[in-house]
Design a protein around this ligand. Structure first.
Ligand code: CP
Length: 306
C-alpha cells in the first residue's frame, strides 16, 4: 500500500514507492487487455475527475481505471459547472467531498493546485497535471513502459527532447528516472531548455545528435503552443527542421532503442510520421499502460486508507 492520502508528484515518492506502483500495474495490465476479469475492489467508492484543462488520455484512462476497479466514476464537467460562476477550487472540492467522494483527480493550469485541494478535502487527491510543475501519473506510465521494455532502469540513457521549459512531463520524468538510476539527457533549443535542470542530476544540451547518441530511450515532447507567450523559436517549420525527430536522427540511438511520447503528438513537428508509425514506437502501448498504472494507484491509495 501507499502510506499517503494523496498522489501529488514524483518528487515526493521514494524509489520503493515508485517500484511498488509499477509492480502492482503489472497485474492490472491483463485486465486492461481483456485477458482477466474486471475487479470490484473499489465497489461503493466514488472517483470524481476535475479537469480545468483539456485532456483525452489522462481523463479517459482514469475513467476506465476507476470503472475496471468497480468505482462510481463521475466527471465534474468544469465548463458547465459553478466554476464558471466563480466558485473557487477549494469550495468546489469541499462541496464534492460532502457528497461522499473517495478520490478526486485534478488537472489544473496552476502549479500547486492539487496540493491546495488535498489540504482541504478528505478525499485522496491525484494530480493529473498541474501547470508546468508535475504530471506524476504520466511519468509513472512512462516508467512502467520502460520497465516492461528494458527490464530495469540502471544506467539506461533516457533522452527527452523538446519543450522542456514548459513540460510537467519532463520534470516528473527527471525526478523519477534519476531516483531509479537512469541517466537523463534533456535536449532542445536554448529558449526551451533550462540549464538549471542540471541541478536535478541530468544533462542539458542543445545538440540533438549528441543527445540521441547511444540512447536507450528517446522521448519526444509536444510543443506546447498554449503555454508559450511567443518568440521562443522563429517558427514551427524551423523548430521541426532542427529538433524534429526523424529516422535519420533516430539512427544515432542504440539499435534496440524505443521511441516514446506522452501524446497528443504534433505530427510532422516534434516527430515525423514515418517514425511514429514504425516498430520503434511504443506510444500506443504507453496509452494502455496508463490505464494499468492508474488502476494500481487507485488500489494502493485505497489500501493505505483502509
Ligand atoms: N499525455 C497526456 O497527458 O495527454 P492528455 O492531455 O490527452 O491527457
Amino acid at each position: 500500500m501507499l502510506n499517503r492520502k494523496d498522489l501529488l508528484g514524483i518528487r515526493d515518492l521514494s524509489k520503493e514507492e515508485i517500484m511498488m506502483i509499477l509492480e502492482r500495474a503489472e497485474g492490472m495490465k491483463s485486465i486492461v487487455l481483456g485477458n482477466a476479469p474486471k475487479r470490484n475492489d473499489l465497489n461503493g467508492e466514488t472517483m470524481i475527475t476535475l479537469f480545468y484543462e483539456n485532456s483525452t488520455r489522462t481523463r479517459m484512462a482514469f475513467t476506465a481505471a476507476g470503472k475496471y476497479m468497480g468505482a462510481n466514476v463521475l466527471d465534474l464537467g468544469v465548463a458547465t459547472s459553478s466554476v464558471k460562476k466563480g466558485e473557487t477550487l477549494v469550495d468546489t472540492g469541499i462541496t464534492l467531498d460532502r457528497m461522499g467522494t473517495e478520490f478526486m483527480v485534478l488537472r489544473h493550469s496552476m502549479s500547486g493546485a492539487p496540493h491546495l485541494l488535498a489540504k482541504n478535502v478528505k478525499a485522496s487527491v491525484i494530480n493529473a497535471g498541474d501547470g508546468a510543475n508535475e504530471h506524476p501519473t504520466q511519468a509513472l506510465l512512462d516508467f512502467y513502459t520502460i520497465y516492461e521494455k528494458k527490464g530495469g532502469f540502471k544506467n539506461l540513457k533516457v533522452t527527452i527532447i523538446g519543450d522542456i521549459a514548459h513540460s510537467r512531463v519532463a520534470r516528473s520524468n527527471v525526478f523519477g528516472l534519476t531516483k531509479l538510476g537512469a541517466k537523463v539527457t534533456l535536449a532542445g533549443p536554448g529558449t526551451l531548455t533550462a540549464k538549471s535542470m542540471e541541478a536535478l542530476g541530468c544533462t542539458v544540451t542543445t545538440d540533438l545528435k549528441e543527445a540521441v547518441k547511444d540512447a536507450d530511450i528517446v522521448m519526444a515532447l509536444r510543443i506546447q503552443l498554449e503555454r508559450q507567450k511567443g518568440g521562443l523559436f522563429p517558427n514551427l517549420r524551423e523548430y521541426s527542421q532542427i529538433y524534429g525527430i526523424d529516422e535519420e536522427i533516430f539512427k544515432y540511438a542504440k539499435e534496440d532503442a524505443i521511441l516514446m511520447h506522452p501524446a497528443p503528438v504534433n505530427r510532422g513537428i516534434e516527430l515525423m510520421p514515418e517514425l511514429i508509425d514504425s516498430g520503434v514506437s511504443v506510444i500506443d502501448e504507453q496509452v494502455t499502460n496508463g490505464v494499468a498504472v492508474r488502476m494500481a494507484i487507485l488500489e494502493l491509495l485505497r489500501e493505505g486508507r483502509a
